[in-house]
Design a binder for this molecule. Structure first.
Ligand SMILES: [Zn+2]
Length: 371
């Protein structure tokens, strides 16, 4: 990213200035073009004198620091870990008293800026929480959701639905179809093929990349599988899906918000499958590179890369590629380890080196509201 325009945006953040934000941004975000102040304490301010800004939030489900280090040992330097303009850590705990977060509570925190109990999707104890996706749509922006799992998975659902349990798949689909979100791309075509008639009341239903490209109107695409490399029209890579989404969303003059999840780092890590987990970290990295290059081409686009939690308690201790093994996992579930957080884009802010996952939502909402 160029540095000469970096001063155009100055974002100042303090970890404690939290709860006032969601209300304040709703009250003040629409009206102020040049400078948005979202906290009376001036702890969380955005001032901005540029053109509209887009936000792309990318989530590697289950990806901790050891996943990044092990993937680097296997494949060489990863784009996102070496080229980002900012790198830090986030904490991931949920409202549950014991044990790590699940993907539902983590997605809710990343999407809404509020902690919730494990299992809840866009809600805290029965109350709906406003997501970045909804803020974007309310500002007239376009919005999209992409996952390598079905889009009713906990992470994509956290950005597009409100329900008391991640298992309420029918509620999640109902919310998604009524959301106004411009595109949903994911896998699990087997489930969605049986729901095609219902989906087609609101969306063009697609199961090939070429169908996405030729679709008129909002698109709901479900594939059997998302490839980790050498994608095809019917089994595309996450990178090619992201580019197809950006081709659609970047047409909107009011800007866009896009959430992209690599869902399978988590699933392979639950299985303690090191080769599978790292293959998906690599595919995630390739998607990030494609997205950042696209963002640089269109300009005014901030790319945020993070994870929802760590999975598998992976311990990397300097192993070389040939020494990597499934035994480096220490559990079959999520851990409470902090996860990485990277930013690509022309933006200055003073996050502490370690911040909380709720701050990601506040950052995203501050950026898209600062226009
Ligand atoms: Zn998991």
């Amino acid at each position: 990213m160029t540095t000469n325009t970096k001063k155009a945006i100055k974002i100042s953040v303090a970890v404690l200035a939290v709860l006032i934000f969601a209300t304040a941004v709703v009250l003040s975000g629409l009206a102020i073009a040049q400078s948005v102040k979202v906290s009376e304490a001036e702890k969380y301010t955005v001032s901005y004198d540029g053109e509209k800004l887009n936000v792309i939030l990318m989530i590697g489900d289950g990806m901790g620091f050891s996943h990044v280090a092990a993937a680097t040992a296997k494949y060489g330097d990863l784009f996102f870990a070496t080229e980002a303009d900012y790198a830090g850590d986030i904490t991931t705990f949920s409202r549950n008293a014991f044990g790590p977060t699940d993907s539902a509570a983590a997605a809710t925190a990343l999407a809404t800026g509020c902690k919730t109990d494990n299992g809840q999707i866009g809600q805290y104890r029965g109350k709906d929480l406003r997501s970045t996706t909804e803020t974007a749509l309310s500002l007239g922006m376009a919005a999209g959701i992409i996952a390598t799992e079905g889009v009713d998975g906990a992470t994509p659902a956290g950005f597009s639905a409100h329900t008391s349990s991640r298992n309420n798949l029918d509620d999640i689909l109902s919310d998604q179809l009524a959301s106004g979100i411009d595109l949903f791309f994911g896998s699990n075509a087997e489930r969605y093929d049986s729901l095609k008639a219902r989906i087609e009341q609101k969306y063009v239903y697609a199961d090939a990349l070429s169908e996405i490209e030729s679709a008129q109107g909002k698109v709901f695409a479900a594939f059997d599988e998302i490839a980790t490399s050498q994608g095809t029209d019917e089994t595309p890579t996450l990178a090619s899906l992201a580019v197809a989404a950006l081709d659609i969303l970047s047409e909107d003059e009011d800007g866009f918000f896009l959430m992209i999840e690599e869902s399978h780092i988590d699933k392979r890590s639950h299985d303690n499958d090191i080769d599978g987990a790292l293959e998906h970290v690599k595919a995630y990295d390739e998607a990030i590179k494609a997205v950042v290059e696209y963002a640089e081409r269109i300009g005014n686009t901030i790319v945020i890369v993070t994870a929802d939690h760590e999975t598998g308690g992976l311990q990397y201790n300097g192993e070389r590629a040939e020494q990597l093994s499934d035994d480096m996992f220490t559990k079959g579930s999520h851990s409470s380890a902090n996860v990485p957080f990277y930013v690509f884009g022309e933006i200055d802010f003073d996050f502490d080196q370690i911040t909380d996952n709720t701050q990601i939502a506040k950052l995203c909402q501050a950026i898209i509201s600062a226009k």
